[in-house]
Design a protein around this ligand. Structure first.
Ligand code: ACO
Length: 377
């Protein structure tokens, strides 16, 4: 018997409010993002990642003692359990990084069943998994986590083997804070659906990683920067982008399901990128990217008039992370390093709500078939 739908069919669940959250609010018409009471502009450039994590988990900023306890709890869980490290070694060289993150993080907290401990392990170990796998696949020696460094500083340290400057740590923290949570996006929804079945946090976060890796969600910044590289010089931007749009392709880094004006995160990251590129990155690339953005926006209005396609978070993510020396294959995994804060916070919220998420579907298949035995088909 088909499910009888009581409400209107909403493909992609557009416009459907499935839960209440205190974690973040996305106002797509005004281009405003609030994270646990702070505008993203207020929070991202000032908070350390640990402060943002505490805020999401506890709905308040930590005092000195609370912050240092959280920092210690995370630092103590940075080293990978043996099985998580073995998965990475077995995968090195043939598995893309997001899949390695999915596989290795799936082994964290096995049989543990304690939500807070699972959440700490996931947040603490994500940077270690990403950095270790990246170094393994490059044939570099692994860099052990340094418990004296902050979460963000240690991530850059494990990637490069060098203790990063304050400016670079600030730029990365601004990025991680900017992407830590964003309403009921696809990966967060996936995590909440899994927890709603009373499953564990590790399963929920593994599902979220799988959702994030798709190119319509977290997989766009690499391709967005590739476009800038392929264009090469400002004079070629129009011809290149026009050719892509003529073929019906989407320009990566533009458009958003919710924002119909400029994504506020793009501005926060654009300012952080501007600061970073002013000191120690490739200024020509920065200038070229601005030209590409301007041309893309003009052409999107020409080819898709009235669709309000504007720059999204991924475009400036690409520029900022590249400026930090991260290769494109690290962009989406680094997004996960930030977003795992929001995923775990949503898991806690969903756990408290304890309501199974179970929408309906509208059946459009055949009716009244009669069974034909195999030999008669
Ligand atoms: N380039 C060209 N055309 C676009 C783009 C784009 N980037 N984005 C949307 N469009 C067009 C669509 O082709 C469609 O045109 P049509 O009506 O003539 O068929 C129209 O705009 C509306 O598109 P939808 O698919 O209905 O918009 P949706 O809300 O599903 O899209 C999405 C949102 C998936 C992000 C889309 O804008 C896109 O594919 N962008 C490129 C990928 C990207 O940058 N992803 C990262 C998003 S940010 C994040 O998830 C963290």
């Amino acid at each position: 018997m088909s499910e009888k739908t009581a409400v209107a069919f909403a493909p992609g669940l557009e416009g459907v409010v499935a839960t209440r959250t205190r974690l973040s609010s996305v106002d797509g018409a005004a281009g405003r993002l609030v994270i646990a009471g702070f505008s993203v502009e207020e929070l991202a450039g000032q908070a350390s990642f640990e402060e943002t994590l505490y805020l999401l988990w506890n709905d308040a900023l930590p005092d000195r003692e609370q912050l240092s306890v959280l920092g210690r709890d995370l630092a103590a869980r940075r080293a990978l359990p043996k099985v998580a490290a073995e998965v990475l070694e077995a995968a090195a060289g043939w598995v893309p990084l997001m899949d390695a993150l999915r596989m290795s993080s799936g082994t964290l907290g096995l049989g543990n069943g304690d939500d807070r401990d699972d959440a700490l392990r996931l947040v603490a170990a994500f940077p270690t998994i990403v950095a270790a796998y990246w170094r393994l696949s490059q044939g570099y020696e692994l860099v052990e986590p340094d418990p004296k460094l902050s979460h963000a500083a240690n991530y850059l340290y494990m990637l490069s083997g060098e203790v990063p400057s304050t400016e670079r740590v600030r730029a990365l923290e601004t990025y991680l804070n900017t992407v830590c949570d964003h309403g009921m996006n696809a990966s967060t929804f996936a995590a909440r659906v899994i927890v709603s079945t009373r499953s564990d946090l590790v399963s929920a976060v593994v599902g979220a990683v799988g959702a994030l890796k798709g190119p319509l969600h977290g997989g766009a910044p690499g391709p967005a920067l590739d476009v800038v590289f392929e264009i090469g010089e400002a004079g070629s931007a129009e011809e290149y982008l026009r050719a892509r749009l003529e073929c019906g392709e989407r320009l990566m880094g533009f458009g958003h399901r919710v924002y119909k004006v400029r994504d506020p995160r793009a501005d926060v990251l654009a300012s952080a990128a501007k600061r970073l590129y002013a000191t120690d990155a490739d200024r020509d690339l920065y200038r070229l990217a601005l030209e590409v953005e301007k041309t893309a926006l003009r052409l999107l209005e020409e080819y898709k008039p009235g669709r309000n396609l504007d720059t999204n978070v991924e475009f400036y993510t690409a520029l900022l992370l590249y400026g930090l020396g991260l290769p494109t294959e690290l962009f989406t995994p680094t997004f996960a390093v930030g977003r795992v804060a929001g995923w775990t916070a949503h898991c806690f919220e969903q756990r408290e709500l304890d309501r199974l998420i179970r929408p309906q579907s509208e059946y459009v298949g055949a009716e009244d078939r009669t069974w034909a035995p195999l030999e008669e088909r």
